[in-house]
Design a protein around this ligand. Structure first.
Ligand SMILES: Cc1cc2nc3c(=O)[nH]c(=O)nc-3n(C[C@H](O)[C@H](O)[C@H](O)COP(=O)(O)O)c2cc1C
Ligand code: SF4
Ligand code: SF4
Length: 382
């Protein structure tokens, strides 16, 4: 069901908020989900093992103590499980297979139930990778992209789940996007170091796919760090096991942020290398030597083209005003969280709320990246 507060849509699906339950094989079924993730915008069920080979691998994993979903009729189980989610969350189903046919069959069922199929290219358990399933897929990009194309032919909304920092992420993400996937579900794991925030920013700058990020999220602050690097949605797996209220708290806190600030995943300024390219919406007129230049170069733009783009966008909007600000227009002004009496004075005179100002900046960020992609420019770091 579309939500007034967030405008989050991918294909035929929409999300009421940007918090998700991530899949945990053998655990995240409808019962688990209804208990721990009743408020989530998205719940990812599974991973389900669709063919005899992945079922046999899962049985071996169970024999050594892991939990896994094993069923003689996985297609029927998937349909029953999707229909058992009763709380208004959008549903995705994480799946593994060694051949394409069961994936296409599952995709049609999942599509008919208004859900999302999620291809598990993430599982690194040896039993799965030895048979070419899970993370083995990212080491065979031609097979991965052929599967993405075939799954997409069913018309299903497709998410691909990967772990970062395993192979060249930029090349992998481009291949996944070019093959037609709608969503990238990124485990931003950095071995021994939790979530790799820099990786999230780099991937944000290299793709326009809807980006779900996870790893080690246990608090609103850790989720916000991911949102500020460009995650459209943040998912949680292990965090809910020791804290059954985690998802509800994240949903409440991010909803409050969206209400107060108007842009729940607003980027940081690009000055210190933390903000992704959307942060160019907060940049000054490019007249001095500073990181704005390296960032607009990534988009293939000259300083003049960048300045023209911002001026074009501002025309006819409230961002056009602001004679008394540093560069004569709000279009060059900073993020609302940076205190500034000059900008705030203009906002007050115009009767423009902080939320509305940030909403315009969000549109401006999308406009700059969209225009650069449309022309012969486009991200040069992808
Ligand atoms: C017990 C367990 C089972 C998991 N099973 C799957 C799976 O079947 N498919 C998948 O794509 N990811 C699976 N994951 C990975 C999680 O979805 C998630 O990406 C990872 O745990 C990092 O997020 P976290 O730090 O919030 O746990 C599993 C994780 C755990 C801990
Ligand atoms: S243009 Fe302004 S906001 Fe952008 S990087 Fe330079 S100093 Fe920072
Ligand atoms: S007027 Fe304030 S908000 Fe605008 S660019 Fe100058 S310092 Fe930033």
């Amino acid at each position: 069901m579309p939500d007034e507060l967030f405008d989050l849509k991918v294909g035929y699906t929409s999300f009421r908020n940007p918090i998700a339950l991530a899949p945990m094989g053998g655990m995240t079924d409808s019962k688990f989900t209804n208990q721990y993730a009743a408020d989530a915008g998205l719940v990812v069920l599974g991973g389900y093992n669709l063919d005899a080979m992945t079922q046999a691998a899962a049985s071996q994993m169970v024999a050594r103590g892991r939990e896994e979903f094993i069923s003689e009729n996985p297609m029927k189980l998937i349909e029953k499980e999707i229909r058992s989610i009763i709380n208004g969350s959008t549903v995705a189903v994480n799946v593994r297979s060694t051949t394409i046919e069961p994936l296409v069959e599952a995709a049609a069922i999942i599509r008919d139930n208004g859900a999302i199929i999620e291809l598990d290219a993430h599982c690194r358990q040896k039993e799965m990778t030895d048979i070419g399933a899970g993370q083995a897929l990212i080491h065979e990009i031609p097979r991965l992209t052929e599967w993405i194309r075939k799954i997409k032919e069913t018309g299903v909304v497709l998410s691909v789940k990967i772990r970062g920092n395993v192979i060249d992420d930029a090349a992998l993400v481009k291949a996944i996007e070019n093959a037609g996937a709608d969503i990238l579900h990124l485990d931003a794991m950095k071995e021994g170091a939790g979530a790799d925030l820099k990786l999230i920013k780099e991937i944000r700058d290299s793709t326009r796919m809807f980006l779900i990020c996870n790893n080690s999220v246990t608090s609103t602050d850790s989720a916000k760090e991911m949102f500020a690097r460009g995650a459209d949605m943040v998912s949680v797996a292990r965090g809910v096991l020791g804290d059954s209220g985690l998802i509800s708290r994240l949903v409440a806190d991010i909803s409050a942020t969206q209400k107060e600030a108007g842009w729940y995943n607003a980027p940081k300024h690009v000055c210190r290398g933390e903000g992704d390219l959307r942060g160019l919406a907060f940049c000054c007129l490019p007249v001095k030597s500073c990181p704005v230049h390296s960032n607009i170069k990534k988009l293939g733009l000259t300083a003049q083209q960048f300045a023209d783009m911002k001026i074009d966008f501002a025309k006819g909007t409230m961002l056009e005003y602001g004679d008394s600000t540093c560069f004569g227009s709000l279009v060059w002004c900073c993020k609302i969280s940076k205190p500034c009496f000059l900008r705030d004075g203009v906002l007050e005179t115009l009767g423009l709320s902080d939320t509305e100002y940030m909403r315009l900046k969000r549109e401006l960020g999308d406009y700059i990246i969209g225009q650069a992609n449309k022309s012969s420019h486009g991200p040069k770091n992808g």
